[in-house]
Design a protein around this ligand. Sequence first.
Ligand code: FAD
Ligand code: NAP
Length: 340
Amino acid sequence: MQVEKHKNLSDYNTFHIEAIAENFCSIENKNELLEVLSNKPSPIKFLGGGSNVLITQNVGGLIIQNKIKGITIIEENKDFVHVCFGSGEIWHECVEWAVNHGYGGIENLSLIPGTIGAAPMQNIGAYGVELKDVFVSLQAIHLHTLEENTFSNEACEFGYRESVFKHELKDQYFILSVTLALRKSPLIQIDYGSIRDELLKAECNDPTIKDVSKAVIRIRQSKLPDPHEIGNAGSFFKNPVVSISHWKKLLESNPNIPFYEVAEGYKIPAAWLIEHCGPDEVRSWKGYRIQDYGVHQKQALVLVNYNKANGQDILALSEQIIQSVEHKFGIRLHREVNIW
Ligand code: FAD
Ligand code: NAP
């Protein structure tokens, strides 16, 4: 394992922001991690696929890129297999592995970029399924004591794009492996977003998990910018949830506002809010572009780097959007992407 100095990070984050890491190394197993941590580098940051970070400055200390691999079935009964994934495995390759083995539960999460180890950080979710629905436990190393701990589903305190690792335990643990319970007789979940329509279009009336995965892939490819072509980190903001009274007031002035009832009130798609306000009275943020960066033309939740934008500019644009949405709708958006 080699520590590189002054590493350009542009190939290691999907926004393709050019920033320099003072020190950078990749680890392939727990022993390499322990060796690096025993030198007490400070500060330390971890990178999986870099698909959920916006780098706004050069990074001092050490960045550790995770390449810990391995897929092992550790338990099996008549309904479930429990599979332990090394945290550096690529998420979508694990979905493909599960789908090809006929194990259900994560097919709706097809084509999410990044690694298995980052998935618990924000309880990744799409098309009505969240990691927490299949999550059993994870193993993690404490960065200072170097102790290995097991976190159950409950201990991770999963919420909507949230976990304990983004709050009380922020920057305290490295996630080594994640164990998921996958179904041997999969349940097909197609009542969210446009999956059902996409399957109908393909004349698929009795879908398998492979069909669902393919449908999700097709929808995502048609709507989302490919980070290899246009730098982005997926949805920049989380969808806000408002109280019933706030929702009633919003409906009075915006009768077409979309909403979904959830336990805490009403979820409003942030993309709609961003699309329906803008930098001035006339324009919408959707498709807005300043020099090398802007808001994607097809998906207003996605901020993009067209070429050589820097992270500070994109962060400033996100602040303008937050203020604009708050001014018009009285709703404060929160960023989903981790700001470095
Ligand atoms: P990184 O960006 O490398 O890291 C994210 C955070 O986790 C960082 O703070 C990092 O330090 C920390 N971290 C990473 N690995 C570890 C580890 N092993 N231990 C401790 N900390 C760690 N997200 C969704 O939830 N749903 C979606 O549908 C979705 N779609 C997306 C589509 C596109 C086109 C893009 C670009 C992103 C999308 N995302 C989505 C966001 C992103 O892909 C996920 O959050 C993903 O889990 C990030 O994985 P990563 O390995 O790239 O994490
Ligand atoms: P979409 O299907 O156009 O739907 C728009 C929004 O409405 C979504 O954000 C979704 O919320 C919500 N929604 C749709 N159907 C719903 C239902 N039946 N019940 C409750 N809420 C519903 O969304 P999209 O932009 O194409 O994304 C599709 C899925 O992929 C979504 O789940 C989205 O979260 C996920 N995705 C996530 C990222 C990311 O970076 N986090 C990037 C791309 C796509 P939710 O977002 O809460 O599901």
